[in-house]
Design a protein. Structure first.
Ligand code: PMP
Length: 368
């Protein structure tokens, strides 16, 4: 007997970094701090309150959660005018971006990104029978607007995916370049429609001073979607809550393709409890940003190449045999990620103690 697996899926492995039981997990850009006690307590209360209504389906349109997310984004990025109708959410921003491909991709259409970038992007395309096109980044991993615009005009993608800050490089896209892309995508999609321009700001809260969010451009571009997640800055990867802000027409298209009741009542309640303490969680973000900058300086002082980062991780190298370095660190209890361009490795920013363990292990392994 053979299963009628889609031919394009034959032989493929599921995506995912190794989940190993080692002392220092610095491989999937998690926040190393568990949520503060007050948040844990209120999560418990919120789940208890939701428990009494679990015989009912949850609010399909999760209006209260969307209102909280809108208010948070307005505060965080100094923008105004975000309403419930501008917000969408799903089980992680992975699912948000899958919804975008379900609504705007599909057979005969193309999704375009700038490599090296987040390795799930081609998978959203594959899973929605959308073609994937990887346009190049410059040698310093920035996006050259001339190259980008030329590629967009040539490929005429339905979706353009731009991670800013980018994973795995940490590179943020300057706001004037985002604006160029927003202009270039006004009519670059199928049949003279726009391309949907997705700025994936999963790591936005870690950006350096002076780096503006694409949210500041939202009011001017109805084909722009800004994706965020609670997985990183909110120390909430286990909850699975990602979201986006866009024009109401764009959000309405996503409502068509989502499964009914895709956000559980428990997820909605838990996310709202954490959002009520967003300011408290920002203290951890400040610590991680400072530790990121310190890690970068240390790497450079030791003679490594390290890429400027606006995220909670650093891409560094250059190693002839990066696998050997990765393995050497793992043997010392430090799990980092073998990803991105050849000769580079990526380390997520952990607690100060974890960063000491990382530095010691790297010194031992490389002698540098
Ligand atoms: N975008 C980028 C750039 C990421 O690195 C990640 C997670 N590593 C995601 C989106 C997805 O995160 P989540 O589904 O947890 O929101």
């Amino acid at each position: 007997m053979t299963l009628p697996l889609r031919p394009d899926l034959v032989g493929l492995e599921p995506y995912g970094a190794p989940q190993l039981d080692v002392p220092h997990l610095l491989n999937v850009n998690e926040n190393p701090y568990s949520p503060p006690d007050v948040v844990i307590k209120e999560i418990g209360e919120a789940v208890h309150a939701a428990g009494g209504a679990l015989n009912r389906y949850p609010d399909r349109d999760f209006a209260a959660l969307r209102a909280d997310l809108a208010a948070y984004l307005e505060r965080e990025s100094h923008v105004t005018g975000l309403e419930v109708a501008n917000i969408w959410a799903a089980n992680g921003s992975n699912e948000v971006m899958l919804h975008l491909h379900q609504a705007f991709g599909g057979p005969g259409r193309t999704s375009l990104g700038f490599a090296p970038t987040y390795s799930m992007y081609p998978e959203y395309a594959r899973d929605t029978l959308t073609d994937w096109h990887a346009a190049p980044r410059a040698a310093d991993f920035s996006i050259d607007p001339e190259v980008a615009v030329a590629e967009i005009e040539r490929v005429r993608p339905a979706v353009v995916l731009v991670a800013s800050p980018n994973n795995p490089t940490g590179t943020a896209v300057p706001i004037d370049v985002v604006e160029r892309l927003a202009e270039a995508t006004r009519e670059s999609g199928p049949d003279g429609a726009s391309s949907v321009l997705v700025i994936d700001e999963a790591y936005a809260e870690f950006r350096r001073e002076g780096t503006a969010s694409a949210l500041t451009l939202l009011a001017r571009y109805p084909h722009l979607a800004v994706s965020r997640t609670m997985s990183k800055a909110f120390a909430f990867a286990g909850t699975r809550l990602g979201y986006l802000a866009a024009a109401p027409e764009l959000v309405d298209a996503l409502r068509v393709v989502r499964l009914p009741y895709h956000l559980s009542a428990v997820t909605q309640a838990v996310a709202r409890a954490a959002l009520a303490h967003a300011d408290l969680l920002q203290e951890q973000v400040a610590q991680i940003r400072a530790d990121r900058d310190a890690c970068l300086s240390w790497l450079r002082e030791r003679g490594f190449t390290a890429v400027d980062s606006d995220a909670n991780f650093v891409l560094f190298g250059l190693f002839e045999d990066r696998h050997a370095i990765w393995q050497g660190l793992l043997d010392r209890g430090v799990l980092i990620r073998e990803t991105g361009p050849e000769q580079y490795l990526r380390v997520s920013i952990g607690t100060p103690e974890e960063m000491t363990a990382f530095r010691n292990a790297l010194t031992e392994v490389t002698g540098q």
